[in-house]
Design a protein around this ligand. Structure first.
Ligand code: FPP
Length: 249
């Protein structure tokens, strides 16, 4: 009888809470297919994905993860149909208008990464307001990648560094890997230890190109709106079984 009970018990993933990944990156993929499977418009998939985003941010904070970076809108996503882009922008705006209290209740500090100049002044003001209001929160640091592309980020860093060389603030021979890191949107943060991509796709899609040099990748077939705390724990448990060598032996 007890054996039968164990057979139907949900798997529990053994996580060593003393040895968690510091920084987890998440490519929130599969919203469109989730909606299609239900005969719904793609925007409904994104709305469901936004709910999962909130749930997983809370779970990650409770588990004790220090930094989470989510890929919410890429530099390439502008090429989607106008109504889908508008639906995504509306979701983000709704989050900016109503998400602040939830972030503060969870002690989350938010940071937007990407080229914000593409957004209206009003939208940018809301982004700044959310960042400023949560600045002193000391729980999870949440990077939300908006109009973000890894190549764009590196190009931007190179441009700023070149300006500094031109102005005599920096000499070419002083440029190191740290100099590049310090000029990325994630300046001062640990690189992601683990990058999660659900939905059965095995690509980085221009996400954290520089920072992911030594990240461990974890893929699953589940679509992002269906992603649960169990999946997150499974990814962490699998991560903890990996042998990270950072180029050594
Ligand atoms: C990729 O799935 C997902 C996106 C391009 C958007 C992700 C955005 C959210 C989950 C909402 C974020 C909201 C807030 C408030 C941060 P896809 O549409 O490419 O899925 P598909 O491959 O199945 O078509």
């Amino acid at each position: 009888m007890i054996m039968l009970k164990n057979l139907f018990k949900k798997p529990e993933h053994k996580v060593d809470f003393e040895n968690l990944p510091q920084h987890i990156g998440i490519i929130m993929d599969g919203n469109g297919r989730w909606a299609k499977k239900r005969g719904l418009p793609r925007s409904s998939g994104h709305a469901a994905g936004a709910k999962t985003f909130e749930r997983i941010v809370e779970d990650a904070g409770n588990i004790g993860i220090k930094i989470v970076t989510v890929y919410a809108f890429s530099t390439e996503n502008w090429s989607r149909p106008k109504e889908e882009v508008n639906a995504l922008m509306a979701l983000l705006e709704d989050y900016l208008d109503h998400g602040l209290e939830r972030l503060s209740n969870r002690d989350v500090k938010i940071h937007f990464i990407g080229d914000m100049s593409a957004f209206s002044d009003e939208f940018q003001k809301k982004l700044c307001h959310m960042e400023k209001t949560t600045y002193n929160n000391s729980g999870l640091l949440l990077n939300v990648a908006l109009n973000y592309g890894g190549r764009n980020e590196i190009t931007n860093a190179v441009r700023i560094i070149a300006e500094k060389v031109k102005d005599g603030e920096l000499s070419c021979s002083d440029i190191t890997e740290e100099t590049i890191s310090e000029h990325l949107y994630t300046s001062g943060q640990a690189d992601p230890d683990l990058i999660i991509r659900p939905s059965g796709e095995y690509r980085l899609s221009n996400f954290l190109l520089w920072q992911s040099a030594y990240s461990e990748f974890w893929y699953s077939n589940c679509l992002w709106p269906d992603f649960t705390k169990e999946d997150l724990l499974k990814s962490i448990s699998d991560f903890q079984k990996r042998n990270r060598r950072f180029g050594g032996v």
